[in-house]
Design a protein around this ligand. Sequence first.
Ligand code: SAM
Length: 258
Amino acid sequence: TSFGFKEVREEEKRQLVGNVFSSVASSYDLMNDLMSGGLHRLWKDRLVSMLNPFPGMKHLDVAGGTGDVAFRILETVNSIKRRALQDVLLDELQEETRIYICDINPNMLNVGKERALERGDKSLVWVEGDAEALCFEDRTMDGYTIAFGIRNVTHIEKALAEAYRVLKRGGRFLCLELSHVEIPVFKELYDYYSFSVIPAMGELVAGDRSSYQYLVESIRRFPPQEKFASMIADAGFQKVEYENLVGGVVAIHSGLKI
Ligand code: SAM
């Protein structure tokens, strides 16, 4: 009967929704690798090397998702620690490192938490929260990063104001984001890739064309490099700069709270 059919469909849907966490998580990482040809790993490495992490730092990674950026920061801190231990620079290691990962989506955080458990490091703190209203005190962080996150935030200005608020004086703001390509020919190729290849890939791999269509549209709507830099300066940051990677496919913006 049609009723029976409906029941089956609802059960199917419940299962689907229940599986969303795992399917989103697995296809999320796979899609990142596929769409960027693995380059997102290098971009995140570059972000972390610009941050210059140090043992004892208090750092906030917003829209931290599954912890990709946080794990890299922690690895850098740990390798500095190992070297310092060899040099018996123990003073440097007295203060505990804290890396807070804040994300609005608990499912993304859960994936990261599980990964952290496997690694057994206690320096990571997972916090569910909104970039526009951070649950951290004023002037508590040495660094703030946001990778592929600020584009999704409703009021960018609010997120920037919050970043400024929670940073200590001398603290660094860094934002990695998909940006704008202005190089002729490359721009046309990139447009074709984004508007045709990405949604098709999303459908094929993640079974979700519309989300990936949204992704491409949100990149177009995001302010161009110069405009975004001036928004960061308007939030109070000094020494605002940006670096284009792959001709502006992504850009890393930075600012200092002085
Ligand atoms: N930073 C991770 C990375 O580079 O792999 C994840 C990036 S993912 C494309 C975007 C993340 O932003 C998602 O995990 C989403 O939940 C989070 N997000 C979206 N809006 C947010 C907000 N207002 N506050 C905090 N996180 C947000």
